[in-house]
Design a protein. Structure first.
Lengths: 690, 188
C-alpha cells in the first residue's frame, strides 16, 4: 500500500511507520471483534428484530458477487450497482476501470480504447460488448463506439466482465473478453428518479426515469437523459475541440404473461454529437496534411424483445432485436447500418447432474456508406447474413464436486465461411471454500467490413524528401482485402478462488494465449495515380494475416471486509505479450512486446459506510507505460462521497485523477485524432426518488 | 509522485480514523445469511406444529440443513442460546440419504435442486417446515422459500404444502409473505 522510496525524507518515513502501526492496531481490533469466540459485537441481534425490520435490512453485495462468480469456470468479475454508485461512475468506461485485467484508456473526452488481455486500441476488435443481450459491436470495423454506449447508470443491475474467450456462448469476436451490461428489470425500477449534476469537465448531466405497473404482472419504465461535456486541453494547454453532448431516451416492459412465460420488450433512441481535432493527409503542399476541428454526429436506436418460457426441467429463450445507427463524420466517412438479429436458446436439465444448452442464431447486417479521400469502404452497400449454432453440455461428477463443460459454436459468415469454436472447461470444488477451474478454448475473430474493403489514407510523404526522394507525393494507404481471413486464438486458462475467512476472499486467474493469423499490413506495389498526368503515388499496405505469437498473464483480485462497514478491494494484472511477424511478413512496423498494452496495472479500493447514511469511497490505480505509444505510466486517485440526508434524496460528490493535474492515457491508431489530457476533475449531483 | 504522498497519507489516515469509529455504530447492512438466520428464528416463532410433533414441552426445535450449507457458523451463533417457549435449538447438517424426519425445520440448500421432489416426497405427511432459498422451490413444494429482491430478503409461502404437513402458519407471517400456488405435476 505505502511505497517507500529511497529518496523519502525522514519525516515521511516516520509518518509511514505511525500509519503502519495504526493499521495493524485497527486490524487486530477488528479481528478480535469480528469473529471472536464471545460472539459478534458489531453485528445486529437478528433474533430481537421483528420480521418487518428484518425485511428492511439491506443485503451486502459481497455475497451476490461471490455467489455468481464461484460457479463459473472462467475469469469473471461482476461490477455491481453498489460499485457503480459508490465510485460515482458517470459513464460505462468509468465503471470498467475497476475490473482486474481490463485496459481502459481515455483518448479524448468522447473516445476510449478498451481492451482485455492485450490488443488495445480505439478500434479494438477482440472484446465483445453486449447491453441486455444486444451486441453493440459494430461489424463495420469490429469494435465498439464507446461514446454512444450509454444507459441510465442508476438502473444498471450489474456489468459482468469475462476476460478470455467467451466464444461458445457468445460467438465469434468474443476472443479476449465479453462485457455484458445488464439493466434492472422494470419491476425493480418502479417509481420516479430525477437526477441533475454538474462538474468541472462534465458541464451538465440530467436524467429522469419513471416506472409503474399495469395490473399485477406487467411492469414498465421510461427514461430520458442528457449530458454535455466541455472540451479538454491538449498537451500544450490549449483548449481542444473534443466537447460532446448526447440526448437519449428509452423504455422497458417486463411482463409475466402466464405462470411459465415472461416477455421483455425494450428500446432506446439517441442523438450524439462529438468533436475532435483531426489530422488528415492531403495532396496540398507544402504540409500535405490538414489539422482542423471536426464535429461528428451519430444517432440511432434499437428495439429488442425476449420471450422466456419455463418447463419442468428446461427453459427456452427467444430473442429478437433490431439496431440502427447513423454516423456522419464530415470529411472522413458516413455510414448507415442496420442489424437484425434472432437468437434461440434451450436449456435442459437432464438427469441429476447434467445440463445441456443449445441454440441457433441468425443475423442480418445492412451497411450503406459514403467514402471520402481519407476513408473509403468498398462496396458502398452490403448486405451480409450470418448463421450460428451452439451446443454446450455440463456434467457433474463426484457428487457435483467436479463439473466438466464441453461445447462448441458453429458459425457461417460471408467473409470466411464456416468457423468452429470448441471449448472444454472444468470446475472443481476442493472444499466448501475453495474452487479451482481450467479451460482450453478456440476463439476466432472474423473479418470486419473494413478489413475486406477499406482504403484508408494514413499519411502523405511529400515529394523530394529523403530517403524516398520521390518526384511525386506518396500517399501511404492501408487497404483491406477480400483475402483477409479470421484471426485465431487457442487459449489455455486456469484459476483458483478461495473464501479464506468469512471476510477475506481471493480470486486468481491466469492464462496463456496463442494467436495465429493476426492482422498485419503487407506493403504492395506502388501505384501511380492521375492517368495521363501523374499526380501522386499510392503506397499500399494490404491487410493480411501474417502475425502470430503468445501472451500470458496473471490477474489476482482480493476482497477484505475489515469491518461490517468497511471493505477493501485490490487487484493486480500482469500481461506479457510476444507478438511478432511471420517470417514471410514485410510489415514495416517493428515487433515490440506489449506494444500499446501496459505490462502492469493495479488498483486498490476502500469502501466505507459512515453514520447518517454516508458512503465514502477511495480508489487508487496504477497503469504502466504503453511502450509503442510513448505514453508514460501514471497513478490516479479518485475520492467519492455519497449522502442520503433523506431516504428519497441522494447527494453525490467526487474528484477524479486528484494526483496529476493532467496526463495522456493513449495515442489513437488509424484515424489521427488528437489525444487530449485526462485532467483532475470534480463532479457533483443530486438525485431524488419518488 | 511527490503530490501522491501527502494526499495518500491524509486519505489513508482519514479512512482509518473513520473506519475505527464505524465499528461502534449499528449496522444497517448485514450479510445475507445473518438476515436469513433471523428469518428462520421468526418462522419458528410464528409456525404452529401439531400436538404430537414434540414429545415433551421442552424438547428442542431441531433444524436440519440439507446439502451445501450456506450459513456456516452464523446460524449456530445466532440461535445457540435462544429459546422459544422453553425450547432450545439444535442444528444438524444432513446429506440426502440420511433420516430427515427427525427435524422440525428442514432448510434445503440449492445443491438439492435437481432432486427436490424426492426430498419433499420422503417427508410427506410429516410435520416438517421445509424452507428453501432457490427460485422455484415454493412452487415445487417447499413450504417457505426465501428470495432476495432489490438487495432485501423476502419470502414466499406455499399454503397447500403447509396444510399437507399439518402446520399452522400464523396470519402475521402470511400477511408479509408472497403466497405461491403449488405447481401442477406435469410440464406445461
Amino acid at each position: 500500500m505505502l511505497s517507500t522510496r529511497r529518496h523519502n525524507s525522514g519525516s515521511i518515513t516516520l509518518v509511514g511507520r505511525v500509519l503502519l502501526l495504526g493499521v495493524l492496531t485497527i486490524c487486530q481490533t477488528a479481528n478480535v471483534l469480528a469473529d471472536g469466540p464471545g460472539g459478534p459485537q458489531n453485528v445486529p441481534d437478528v433474533t430481537t428484530m421483528s420480521l418487518e425490520d428484518l425485511m428492511n435490512l439491506q443485503v451486502t453485495s459481497v455475497s451476490k458477487r461471490t455467489q455468481k462468480v464461484a460457479d463459473a469456470a472462467a475469469a469473471i468479475f461482476v461490477i455491481t450497482q453498489d460499485d457503480i454508485r459508490r465510485i460515482g461512475a458517470t459513464s460505462i468506461p468509468d465503471a470498467l476501470r475497476i475490473v482486474p485485467g481490463l485496459e481502459v484508456a481515455q483518448i479524448d473526452e468522447n473516445k476510449w480504447a478498451i481492451g482485455s488481455r492485450g490488443f488495445n486500441g480505439r478500434f479494438d476488435d477482440k472484446l465483445l460488448v453486449l447491453i441486455d443481450g444486444r451486441s453493440v459491436y459494430t461489424p463495420l470495423f469490429s469494435g465498439v463506439y464507446w461514446n454512444v454506449q450509454d444507459v441510465m447508470l442508476e438502473d444498471v443491475d450489474r456489468i459482468e466482465v469475462i476476460r478470455g474467450p467467451g466464444a461458445t456462448l457468445w460467438g465469434a469476436n468474443a476472443v479476449d473478453g465479453v462485457i455484458n451490461i445488464i439493466t434492472k428489470s422494470a419491476k425493480n425500477t418502479q417509481g420516479g428518479l430525477l437526477s441533475a449534476g454538474a462538474g468541472s469537465q462534465e458541464a451538465t448531466a440530467e436524467s429522469a426515469r419513471y416506472g409503474s405497473k399495469i395490473k399485477d404482472n406487467t411492469y414498465y419504465r421510461v427514461y430520458g437523459k442528457y449530458f454535455d461535456w466541455y472540451p479538454s486541453i491538449d498537451s500544450t494547454g490549449t483548449m481542444a475541440s473534443d466537447g460532446w453532448h448526447q440526448l437519449r431516451s428509452g423504455f422497458r416492459v417486463d411482463s409475466n404473461v402466464a405462470t411459465a412465460d415472461s416477455l421483455t420488450v425494450q428500446g432506446d433512441i439517441y442523438q450524439d454529437n462529438f468533436g475532435e481535432t483531426l489530422t488528415v493527409p492531403s495532396l496540398t503542399p507544402p504540409t500535405y496534411s490538414s489539422t482542423y476541428p471536426n464535429n461528428n454526429d451519430m444517432s440511432g436506436g434499437d428495439l429488442l424483445g425476449r420471450w422466456n418460457h419455463s418447463f419442468a426441467r428446461s427453459s427456452t429463450s427467444l430473442q429478437m432485436y433490431y439496431d440502427h445507427s447513423n454516423l456522419l463524420f464530415p470529411t472522413i466517412f458516413s455510414d448507415h447500418e442496420s442489424v437484425y438479429d434472432v437468437d434461440f436458446q434451450h436449456d435442459i436439465h437432464l438427469g441429476e447432474t447434467q445440463e445441456l444448452v443449445w441454440g441457433l442464431g441468425y443475423r442480418s447486417i445492412q451497411d450503406n456508406n459514403a467514402s471520402t479521400f481519407t476513408v473509403a469502404v468498398q462496396p458502398s452497400q452490403s448486405s451480409l447474413n450470418q448463421y450460428s449454432a451452439f451446443v454446450q453440455d455440463t456434467l457433474g461428477f463426484f457428487n457435483s464436486r467436479m463439473q466438466v463443460t464441453v461445447g462448441s459454436k458453429f458459425e457461417h459468415n460471408p467473409f470466411t465461411g464456416f468457423e468452429f469454436e470448441p471449448n472444454v472447461r472444468i470446475l472443481g470444488t476442493l472444499t466448501k471454500e475453495q474452487t479451482v477451474w481450467a479451460a482450453v478454448s478456440r476463439a476466432v475473430r472474423t473479418p470486419a467490413i473494413t478489413e475486406e474493403g477499406l482504403q484508408l489514407n494514413a499519411g502523405v510523404i511529400p515529394p523530394n524528401v529523403p530517403p524516398l526522394n520521390s518526384p511525386l507525393p506518396v500517399v501511404e494507404s492501408i487497404f483491406g482485402s477480400t483475402q483477409f481471413g479470421s484471426e485465431d486464438l487457442i487459449a489455455y486458462e486456469a484459476g483458483y478462488r478461495v473464501q479464506a475467512t468469512s471476510s477475506v476472499s481471493l480470486d486468481l486467474a491466469t492464462f496463456y494465449n496463442y494467436y495465429t493469423n493476426l492482422r498485419s499490413a503487407e506493403p504492395g506495389t506502388p501505384i501511380v495515380e492521375g492517368g495521363a498526368t501523374p499526380s501522386y503515388v499510392v503506397l499500399p499496405f494490404v491487410a493480411s494475416n501474417k502475425m502470430r505469437g503468445g501472451s500470458w498473464g496473471v490477474e489476482p483480485f482480493a476482497e477484505w471486509r475489515i469491518l461490517p462497514k468497511w471493505k477493501l478491494q485490490g487487484s493486480y494484472s500482469f500481461l506479457q505479450m510476444n507478438i511478432h511477424k511471420d517470417p514471410t511478413s514485410q510489415d514495416p512496423t517493428a515487433d515490440l512486446p506489449n506494444g500499446e498494452n501496459p505490462r502492469n496495472q493495479w488498483n486498490f479500493r476502500s469502501s466505507l459506510d459512515l453514520p447518517k447514511h454516508i458512503e465514502q469511497d477511495l480508489m487508487l490505480r496504477y497503469v504502466d507505460k504503453l511502450p509503442s505509444l510513448n505514453v508514460p505510466s501514471y497513478y490516479s486517485l479518485d475520492l467519492h462521497i455519497g449522502w442520503n440526508p433523506l431516504p428519497q434524496v441522494r447527494l453525490s460528490f467526487g474528484g477524479n485523477d486528484l494526483l496529476n493535474s493532467q496526463h495522456i492515457e493513449f495515442v489513437p491508431d488509424f484515424i489521427n485524432t488528437l489525444p487530449t489530457e485526462v485532467r483532475r476533475t470534480w463532479f457533483g449531483s443530486v438525485a431524488w426518488t419518488f | 509522485m511527490r503530490a501522491l504522498r501527502p494526499i495518500l497519507v491524509i486519505g489513508i489516515c482519514l479512512s482509518l480514523a473513520l473506519g475505527a469509529s464505524a465499528q461502534t455504530l449499528d449496522s444497517s447492512d448485514s450479510s445475507e445469511y445473518l438476515i436469513k438466520a433471523g428469518f428462520i428464528y421468526n418462522f419458528a416463532k410464528l409456525v404452529g406444529w401439531p400436538s404430537g410433533a414434540f414429545s415433551q414441552p421442552d424438547s428442542p426445535i431441531v433444524i436440519g440443513i440439507l446439502g451445501t450449507d450456506p450459513f456456516g457458523t452464523i446460524i449456530d451463533r445466532i440461535l445457540s442460546d435462544k429459546k422459544i417457549d422453553a425450547r432450545r435449538f439444535v442444528i444438524k447438517r444432513l446429506k440426502w440419504g440420511m433420516d430427515l424426519k427427525d427435524c422440525d425445520i428442514l432448510f434445503i440448500g440449492s445443491s438439492e435442486a435437481s432432486h427436490l421432489e424426492e426430498v419433499l416426497h420422503s417427508l410427506r405427511g410429516t410435520p416438517v417446515l421445509t424452507i428453501g432459498e432457490t427460485p422455484g422451490f415454493a412452487k415445487r413444494g417447499c413450504i417457505i422459500n426465501l428470495t432476495v429482491e432489490d438487495n432485501k430478503v423476502r419470502f414466499e409461502v406455499n399454503l397447500d404444502a403447509a396444510k399437507q404437513a399439518d402446520l399452522n402458519i400464523s396470519s402475521r407471517l402470511l400477511a408479509l409473505a408472497k403466497i405461491v400456488p403449488q405447481a401442477t405435476a406435469d410440464a406445461r
